[in-house]
Design a protein around this ligand. Structure first.
Ligand code: KE4
Length: 435
């Protein structure tokens, strides 16, 4: 059974005439998985339909925002209502305060918060704020973590003991990249050595408290606590990038789940309900360094946009009231991952399944996958084959081994097991003949 992708192919060729690579974000080009990107035409619940009429069960959920699935009625209604009043004012609105208050009520470490348009913008500004607050220039991130495409965050770890990072993108000045130190995720000793050597020069540590951008990698016991201990000891800020995990791993995000209190938190994805909205917030005394109160500048024409804010309020309100939401999406994820682990054993495939809450990744690598170096041992060709086989059978997975699957409330409780029986079993039978 082969799906027709004729219309997607036509649209992809047309798109490439006017948009670099035919896409507005690189991962959408499906380069790592060797098949034509499926042009979306509509979504409903956990179903995504492409322009050729093929329907998929969507494990990407727009890379995380759609915790209630596509076209969630309450979000659509609330955005429609806001739309009729105007799309943007460039003036403060009451709902921005409503959303800000909700975020502060849900994430105790956030005393005040600023709304922006993307996770990149939020992370970039959190870094600038940390530099402005501490008067220091150096920052520290972790190999394999992604915090958007601001220059200071597009760096690759320096080789060996050299802590100077090199740009991971053309166009990033070497002099700027050299101010970013990148250390292995979960490596507390390396972090301690760096702080002993240059802790007084570090403005902040930024971390994905659960990594989603090398595939899902969990923090080992003590890792986040060590970041907190060292940043406090040396006067650096602890910046928690919860763009993925915020309001997905629970109302309080990963910081509540793991019991750490950062100085600044970055949020995105779920808080925009699928519209362009992100935020950064934290201790009042730090946040009040921001213009117009303080000397750290940040601004945005569409910041706090009324449509995106309406979607965000709708999503967070529902998460706060619909108690069973997290339990359902976590249960589907658990069943799905248990099925993948069982199939891997039965078919003799060397895989590692990392999952937490409603985030998961099947690595085609022997475990444990605990950092970027171990994630990169994955057989990406086998992952690409797995992706294509699942796609042909109506399962839309992330088109890269180094991304996370997300479930949404659009999934039914039994989906996890049924999809394993109905689809994954056949795919694993094919894959086992590839090894
Ligand atoms: P955006 O600028 O894409 O809104 O957010 C950047 C960002 C920041 N922090 C974390 C932890 C993130 O995961 C992201 C963006 N995530 C990727 C997928 N892993 C977005 C997908 C894409 O780039 O198209």
């Amino acid at each position: 059974m082969t799906m027709t992708t004729k219309r997607s192919e036509e649209l992809f060729e047309e798109a490439k005439k006017y948009i670099p690579g035919g896409v507005n974000s690189p991962v959408r080009a499906f380069k790592a998985v060797g098949t034509v990107p499926r042009f979306a035409s509509r979504g409903r619940g956990n179903r995504l339909t492409d322009v050729d009429g093929n329907e998929y069960i969507d494990f990407v959920s727009s890379w995380g925002p759609l915790i209630f699935g596509h076209a969630s009625p309450n979000i659509v209604n609330d955005v429609e209502k806001a739309l009729k009043l105007g799309t943007s004012f460039g003036a403060p609105t009451e709902n921005e305060t409503v959303l800000a208050r909700m975020i502060c009520e849900c994430v105790p470490s956030v005393e005040t918060v600023r709304l922006v348009n993307s996770g990149t913008e939020a992370c970039m500004t959190a870094i600038r704020l940390a530099r402005g607050h501490t008067g220091r220039d150096k920052i520290l991130k972790f190999d394999g973590c992604y915090h958007g495409h601001a220059d200071s965050l597009l760096v690759a770890a320096g080789s060996g003991l050299a802590t100077f990072s090199t740009p991971s993108s053309k166009g990033v000045p070497k002099s700027l990249a050299a101010l970013t130190i990148s250390s292995p995720y979960n490596d507390r000793e390396s972090l301690r050595e760096i702080f002993e050597r240059e802790g007084e020069e570090i403005a902040c540590v930024i971390v994905e408290p659960v990594a989603g951008n090398m595939g899902v990698v969990l923090p080992e016991p003590g890792f986040l606590e060590t970041i907190r201990e060292l940043t406090s000891k040396y006067g650096a800020l602890f910046v928690c990038d919860e763009v993925i995990t915020g309001f997905r791993l629970g109302i309080g995000g990963a910081q509540a789940m793991f019991g750490v209190t950062p100085d600044l938190t970055v949020l995105g994805k779920v808080i925009g309900g699928g519209l362009p909205l992100a935020a950064f917030g934290g201790k009042r005394e730090i946040m009040e360094e921001l213009s117009p109160l303080g000397g750290v500048y940040q601004a945005g024409t569409l910041s706090g946009n009324p449509l995106a804010v309406a979607a965000g309020i709708s999503a967070i309100e529902r998460l706060r009231t619909e108690k069973g939401a997290f339990g359902r999406i976590n249960r589907v994820t658990k069943d799905w991952c248990a099925g993948l682990e069982r199939l891997s054993k039965e078919k003799g495939l060397k895989t590692t399944v990392n999952h937490i809450g409603s985030m998961s990744t099947l690595f085609f690598a022997e475990g444990p996958v605990r950092d970027f170096a171990s994630a990169r041992k994955s057989d990406t060709a086998l992952y690409a084959k797995y992706f294509r086989l699942m796609l042909e059978r109506g399962i839309y997975l992330p088109p890269s081994q180094f991304e996370a699957c997300f479930t949404s409330t659009g999934f039914m409780l039994l989906d996890g097991e049924e999809l394993i029986h109905e689809v994954a079993e056949e795919v694993f039978d094919i894959l086992k003949n590839e090894i």
